[in-house]
Design a protein around this ligand. Structure first.
Ligand code: NDP
Length: 528
């Protein structure tokens, strides 16, 4: 797609795609629909592996539709996958890094070739609209390439150091970053492609072998990534793909001494449990956690209110509010509060809701029954303690009857001490408050356990102040394309502060690959 036209798909450019993109998506949709309901295996040591028990992957827009049957893997499968990764590690880690780069690039090319099929699967499995779904796949291919580019730009992370000033000897020193070993990647449902593929590519290109465990809601996308890796010629055992419940199969991975490092992306509570459990090992092992968010947008009295309104609505309700970067809190200076709120409501009410594979649709369903119930409970609570300006109800009639459809919801007059100002809801609900001045807005913006993304609308001087004071890993100013969402590898490396992330270095950025390697200094001495 990107190769055949000048259009480059990113989350910031997705609002006006060429017609050709829609035609190709439609063709892939027809193809995928014709192949629904098949059984998909796990991949361990290059082999398709089946478990005794299975689970169904259903479409959240139409829960009658079974997308595929997947394996309910057990602790035994976790251990087999880890053993396969261990066995493959010596070969893979000793392979020249240039060869690993070539294989990972080939997988990225395959992903580009399969982008429409994979995009359709993402749309059907997660409930993402078509542009967001294609974006998830395109981002993954870019994350693969970015990891390869960084490996090259850093000369494989082999650096000559100073020579010791020894008389009668020559002493050379080399710094070499080397892989840890077996790496586990556990991913969430909402970006099943990028958040499975991104860490996997970083681990592979740096020489680790990998076990992938996707979310139970989205096993198919991860299977398609694994197929790209397999078809690119990455040897057996170097990557392994297992499916099954986080609480059993996932926990077995966390508890195994065979794991040398982990990247977990998901909720704060599960991430912190994993952090504590993983610390039970015999030594400290790298634990990259990418966790939740409660992302604020702050709007100054000097802001361009139209840009602010468009950016906030996109970030609040893109993917039904189920992005870790979703704009879930808005603080507006009093003089422009009424005007902006009115505009936010008007734009929100224009959003189209429906089957996310339909090109007209902006909001699909939430991912599962549990999120659907959460939404209803939050709305009940918010209507009692605040005022729902728009939304606040589920859609159950006609085309909506079989899916988890929720209306995008804006809430005002919620007391500052209400817990939902601080809890990540992960559904299409955003709370809005007026503030007397920007200091008050900043104090409230930072007064949460999270620090993932944040947005600001105001003057250039105010923007400097915002960047200086906000506690978040990805921050945007005056962005119409999305107040708090829409990061892209190489442009906006992604990661969080405080309870939103553990490493302090963002994925898709210049400091990321180093997290997957430990340093070895090699000193060689000879008499002269
Ligand atoms: P969860 O934390 O519920 O699950 C994430 C993954 O962890 C799933 O694969 C899950 O498997 C697995 N898991 C659950 N329990 C365990 C366990 N005990 N041991 C090992 N693995 C386990 O998150 P969601 O999938 O609901 O994703 C939404 C969350 O992810 C939100 O909080 C969001 O903010 C965050 N997120 C953060 C991002 C970031 O970059 N900071 C990006 C995207 C999302 P199973 O599905 O089988 O339960």
């Amino acid at each position: 797609m990107a190769a055949e036209s000048t259009f480059k798909l990113t989350y910031a450019t997705m609002f006006n795609p060429p017609e050709e993109l829609h035609q190709k998506f439609e063709a892939a949709l027809a193809q995928v629909r014709a192949s629904l309901g098949k059984e998909h295996a796990m991949i361990i040591d290059g082999q398709d592996v089946y478990a005794d028990e299975k689970f169904e992957d259903r479409n959240p827009a139409n829960t009658d539709q079974v997308l595929g049957i997947f394996q309910k893997g057990t602790a035994e499968h976790a251990n087999r996958a880890l053993a396969a990764a261990r066995k493959a590690f010596p070969m893979w880690s000793r392979m020249k890094w240039q060869e690993r780069v070539a294989l990972v690039r080939k997988a990225a090319d395959l992903m580009d070739q399969r982008i429409y099929e994979m995009g359709v699967v993402v749309a059907m499995e997660v409930g993402k609209n078509r542009m967001e779904a294609l974006g998830d796949v395109a981002e993954t291919a870019d994350l693969f390439r970015y990891a390869c580019d960084r490996m090259e730009a850093s000369n494989g992370f082999i650096t000559e150091m100073g020579r010791d000033p020894l008389v009668g000897f020559e002493s050379t020193n080399l710094s070499v970053l080397r892989p840890y070993g077996v790496w586990v990647v556990i991913s969430p449902f909402n970006f099943p492609c990028a958040l499975t593929g991104g860490p996997t590519a970083a681990a592979l290109v740096t020489g680790n072998t990998v076990v992938i465990k996707p979310a139970t809601d989205t096993p198919w996308t991860a299977r398609l990534i694994a197929e790209c890796l397999r078809d690119a010629g990455i040897p057996d055992g170097v990557f392994n793909y297992v499916t099954g419940p986080g609480s059993t199969l996932g926990q077995a991975l966390i508890d195994s001494p065979e794991v040398d490092g982990i990247t977990f992306t998901g909720s704060y509570d599960v991430g912190m449990k994993i952090f504590r459990d993983f610390a039970q090992g015999r030594w400290v092992r790298p634990t990259i956690l990418e966790l939740g968010g409660k992302n604020p947008a702050i709007v100054s009295r000097h802001a361009d209110l139209e840009d602010a309104a468009v950016g906030i609505v996109r970030s609040a309700f893109g993917l039904q509010g189920q992005k870790c970067s979703a704009c879930s809190r808005v603080f507006i200076e009093e003089p422009v509060y009424d005007q902006l709120v009115q505009r936010l409501v008007a734009l929100t009410e224009k959003l189209t809701i429906g089957d996310p594979t339909d090109r007209k649709v902006y909001l699909g369903p939430v991912v599962n029954r549990s999120s659907y119930r959460d939404y209803q409970q939050f709305c009940e609570d918010l209507s009692q303690h605040g005022k729902i300006l728009t939304g606040g109800r589920v859609l159950t009639e006609g085309e909506y009857a079989k899916g988890y459809f929720c209306t995008p919801t804006l809430v005002v007059d919620l007391p500052a001490e209400h817990p939902l100002w601080k809890q990540e809801m992960f559904v299409p609900i955003t709370t809005i408050a007026p503030v007397r001045n920007l200091e008050e807005a900043m104090q409230r913006a930072n007064d949460v356990q999270y620090g993932l993304t944040a947005g600001f609308y105001g003057t250039p001087e105010e923007v400097d102040w915002f960047f200086d004071n906000i506690q978040a890993g990805v921050t945007y100013a005056n962005r119409l394309q999305g107040a708090t969402t829409g990061a892209w590898p190489g442009y906006q490396p992604f990661g969080g502060w405080k309870g939103s992330g553990s490493s302090g270095k963002n994925a898709g950025g210049v400091h990321y690959l180093q997290l997957y390697m430990h340093e070895q200094i090699q000193t060689r001495v000879r008499r002269i």
